[in-house]
Design a protein around this ligand. Structure first.
Ligand code: UP5
Ligand code: MG
Length: 196
C-alpha cells in the first residue's frame, strides 16, 4: 500500500553499554520513539496466559537470544500500534538485531515497511560493562544481572552480535560511539548525530 515506511535507527552495543539510557533521553528530547527489544520481551513474558513466557524466560536467564520470529513480531506490533495511536513513524530500536537470524527475520517480517537509516554502536570495555551491570543488579530486579548470566551475555554478544555490527559497518551505516564516558558526554554526541 501507500503507507510511508517507518524510519528506524538500530541502537547496538554490549550489555550495559547505555543503549536504554541514551534512547530514553533521545526520545524525551527529540521526536523519536524508543523501543527496547529486551523490554518488549520482558513485558510479553509477564502477560497473563502468554504462551511465549517460558521460551522467553529460558533464553533471557541463559543469556541467549530469543527465537527471532518472537522478537521481530513484538517490534513490528509495537511500531504499528504507536503509529495507529500516536502517529509515530520514527523509531530507535534498542538491542536488536543481535544475530544473523534476527536480521533475516527483520527482512522477512518488516522488510520494506521500514528504512534502517543508521546504526549506533556503543563501544565500551567489558570490565566497565560488568561493573555497571553489577551496580544495577542491586535495584533492577533483572534475572540476567547476575555475574554468571552477565558472562553468558558477553559470550553471546561476542559470538553472535558483533558480526552483525561488522556487517552494518561494511554497509557504511554505523556511527561508533565511545560509550565509556559520562551519560551527558555520550548524549551530546548521539543527539547531534540524530539531528543531522
Ligand atoms: N549507565 C548507563 N550509561 C552510563 C554511563 N555513560 N556512565 C555510567 N553509567 C552508565 O545502562 C546500564 C547501567 O549502566 C544502568 O544502571 C545505567 O544507569 C548505567 P543501560 O542504559 O540500561 O544499558 P543497556 O545497554 O540498555 O543495557 P542492557 O542490560 O539493557 O543491555 P542488554 O543488551 O544486555 O539487554 P536487553 O534488555 O537488550 O536484552 C536482555 C536479554 O533479552 C538478552 O540477553 C537476550 O536474552 C534477550 N533479547 C533477545 O533475545 N533478543 C533481542 O532482540 C533483545 C533482547
Ligand atoms: Mg537496555
Amino acid at each position: 500500500d501507500d503507507v510511508e515506511p517507518f524510519r528506524v535507527v538500530f541502537v547496538l552495543g554490549g550489555p550495559g553499554a547505555g543503549k536504554g539510557t541514551q534512547c530514553q533521553l533521545l526520545s524525551d528530547n527529540l521526536g523519536w520513539s524508543h523501543l527496547s527489544a529486551g523490554d518488549l520481551l520482558r513485558a510479553e513474558r509477564t502477560k497473563v496466559g502468554s504462551e511465549l513466557a517460558d521460551v522467553i524466560n529460558a533464553n533471557i536467564s541463559a543469556g541467549k537470544i530469543v527465537p527471532s520470529e518472537i522478537t521481530v513480531k513484538l517490534i513490528k506490533n509495537a511500531m504499528e500500534e504507536l503509529r495507529r495511536t500516536k502517529g509515530r513513524t520514527k523509531f530507535l530500536i534498542d538491542g536488536f538485531p543481535r544475530s544473523e537470524g534476527n536480521v533475516t527475520a527483520w527482512k522477512e517480517v518488516v522488510g520494506s515497511q521500514a528504512n534502517v537509516e543508521r546504526v549506533f554502536f556503543f563501544e565500551c570495555p567489558e570490565d566497565i560493562l560488568t561493573s555497571r551491570l553489577l551496580e544495577r543488579s542491586k535495584t533492577s530486579g533483572r534475572i540476567d544481572d547476575s555475574i554468571d548470566v552477565i558472562r553468558k551475555r558477553f559470550d553471546t554478544y561476542r559470538e553472535e552480535s558483533m558480526p552483525i555490527i561488522e556487517m552494518y559497518e561494511k554497509d557504511g551505516k554505523v556511527r561508533k560511539i565511545i560509550a565509556d564516558r559520562s551519560i551527558e558526554e555520550v548524549y551530546q554526541e548521539v543527539e547531534s548525530i540524530l539531528r543531522e
